[in-house]
Design a protein around this ligand. Sequence first.
Ligand SMILES: *Cc1c(COP(=O)(O)O)cnc(C)c1O
Length: 307
Amino acid sequence: MLLENPVQNQWLDHPLFEEKEVEVAIKRLDLIHPVISGNKFYKLNYNLEEALKTNKNIILTFGGAYSNHISAVALAAKVAGLKSIGIIRGEKVMPLNPTLEEAESNGMHLHFISRESYRNKTQPDFMEELKSQFDDFYLIPEGGTNALAIQGTNEILKETDSIFSHIFTPIGTGGTFAGLSKSLEKGQNLLGVSSLKGKFIHSEIENLLTQYDISPKGNFKILDQYHFGGYAKYNQELIEFIWSFFEDFGIILDPIYTSKMAFAAWDLVATNHFSKGSKILLLHTGGLQGNKGFTNRTGIKLPDFSE
Ligand SMILES: *Cc1c(COP(=O)(O)O)cnc(C)c1O
């Protein structure tokens, strides 16, 4: 449905990796498309196909005001020739932040609801209300995780990636992690770095694996100690890590997901978590559309494309 640019793995040379005798590469899912980037591309692809197949011409989904998912759905729907509606958590604030402004300019109808109604968004009453308010739509849940999303993220790893002993991915809802775990080879290790604070993510992932009947051939582990205070939280060390990563490799990370994942990888290599000869693949899941909004919100400058 959406066109995938060929995704490259890029080897990262760094004195730390030389010292520890490990090899590290990064899969540049961020380059698939500037907005429908990274894992969101894979999560949406089969959903759009299904919407078209079932003759729905509106996609409806949910998200926060800076959501990569909202941004990706707006553009992906436009590319597919579909309308889109974004149910946004919280009051409408003018001027719109860069994420919402771009979503709107891509044709998404933004519908703001209170935080309280947002919490009830999966209740049947609320769904009925939406159905009466908007024409027949194809529903994509918040964060985009459903069976077709997992079918999509199961295609991120290619046969040639079987050379890697360890694969790192960030975790939000866990949909990407679940799809990846399905495609693991025997002996491969998937390490998911949760961007959210709390232990709930362990049972969340267990639920996804059960719900979608996934029994990974490889090993998987969820790291819940690299959240930097929780979702969208950060500290100076993380910001400095983003800058040094950019200076070393010319690759931009985002402060919500990919920087926490890469930070975790660095930390575990530095503390001798990997045996010599390990081949480690980091998934750059994208999310860079959010950097502008982050800077607006916090005043903290991040590397950007215009430099
Ligand atoms: C949405 C997102 C994630 C999280 O994906 P899940 O499938 O929800 O776990 C990770 N990285 C980036 C850049 C994202 O936008």
